[in-house]
Design a protein around this ligand. Structure first.
Ligand SMILES: Cc1cc2nc3c(=O)[nH]c(=O)nc-3n(C[C@H](O)[C@H](O)[C@H](O)COP(=O)(O)O)c2cc1C
Length: 320
């Protein structure tokens, strides 16, 4: 396992609660980290740099206090997600806040992470970059990233189109460093399967929206419980990039997908558009979501399933 020192003795499972636009808030991040899984959030969720500053202060302070009071419990580090696409007009100012706090774990997406890598390494932090193809992973490795996150077919948000079995093995041909796998990982069996396949971490988004700590509309959570894969549409209509959305949320917003005027450019959605607010995203894992749980209960369930999977006998052809 290629797990960086930052995580040593700080994780109860090799799981990252992935950054989710309009979903991840300090409450979700803190509850994940207190349960020994990495919590993260996109900087966009904090509507201004002042808010971002206060969120990072709140998360760091709360986790430091918790770790001191609970020395026997693994308290995971948190991560901040920076979109490094050239159209992100906030990047410069968000980076200044991340620098001020010397955030130890940064996740970059949608662009070239080189400058952020150089900066974060100055204070001893690490950077994982999120990709959907092997060629993007190669570029990120050239840029000096410490870890690769592969977002495969069936993920929530801007999902890739490549099968996870194929992509993990393709990337493992040239990268033996930390690797996180994303795409419909919903339970502890999936976490173990990702490890066996060659990933070090499971990068899970959708499952964590159906937790008590996720600060989203109650209807979104109940839609996750009642929806199945057939209720998803994979479309670039709303954001200019292919993404899995819940069809019932589109109907709920009174929109007919066929007559909706599609966006032609990548829309980073810095608050101008309602795409992510009105149309709710979920990955293929939605079929496996049967309940809204408190984070502690969900993580315990993940741990139990993971242990069951670890102890499951491997194939044997001796008839037993
Ligand atoms: C509602 C929603 C919002 C998301 N927003 C972001 C984001 O702002 N930045 C990002 O890098 N990934 C984003 N993602 C993708 C997740 O970080 C992660 O890759 C994905 O959820 C993993 O797949 P899963 O949902 O099937 O577990 C989002 C996903 C969802 C479901």
């Amino acid at each position: 396992m290629a797990i960086p020192a930052l995580f040593k003795n700080k994780l109860s499972l090799p799981v990252i609660c992935a950054p989710m636009f309009l979903v991840s808030t300090p409450t979700l991040v803190i509850s994940a980290c207190k349960n020994g899984i990495v919590g993260s959030f996109p900087t966009f969720n904090a509507r201004t740099q002042d808010v971002l500053d206060s969120w990072i202060t709140e998360i760091s302070t709360e986790l430091e206090t918790f770790a001191k009071l609970n020395p026997d419990k693994p308290t995971a580090p948190f991560a901040v997600n920076l979109v490094v696409h050239p159209s992100n007009t906030r990047l410069h100012n968000d980076r200044a806040v991340v620098k001020k706090h010397q955030v130890l774990f940064v996740i970059t997406s949608q662009g070239n992470p080189a400058e952020v890598v150089e900066e974060v390494h100055q204070w001893g932090g690490i950077v994982f970059h999120d990709v959907i193809r092997a060629e993007h992973a190669k570029k990120a490795i050239e840029a000096g990233v410490d870890g690769i996150i592969i977002v495969t077919a069936g993920a929530g948000g801007h999902a890739g189109e490549i099968n996870p079995f194929a992509l993990v093995r393709e990337i493992r041909e040239f990268w033996d460093g930390p690797l996180a796998l994303a795409g419909a990982i919903n339970d502890g069996y999936g976490v173990r399967a990702a490890e066996i396949l060659g990933a070090d971490f499971s990068y899970m988004g959708t499952r964590f929206i159906a937790t008590e700590e996720a600060e989203v509309e109650a209807d979104y959570k109940s839609m996750l419980v009642t929806s199945e894969i057939k209720d998803l549409v994979y479309t670039d209509t709303f954001t200019g990039v292919k993404c899995n959305f819940l069809k019932p949320s589109i109907a709920r917003a009174g929109v007919d997908l066929k007559s909706y005027q599609a966006k032609t450019l990548v829309d980073l959605d810095l608050g101008e558009s309602n795409a992510w607010k009105d149309f709710w995203s979920a990955g293929h894992g939605v079929s496996g979501i049967k309940d809204v749980l408190p984070m502690t209960e969900l993580v315990q369930q993940l741990k139990n399933q993971y242990q069951e999977a670890v102890h499951k006998p491997a194939f044997s052809n001796n008839g037993s």
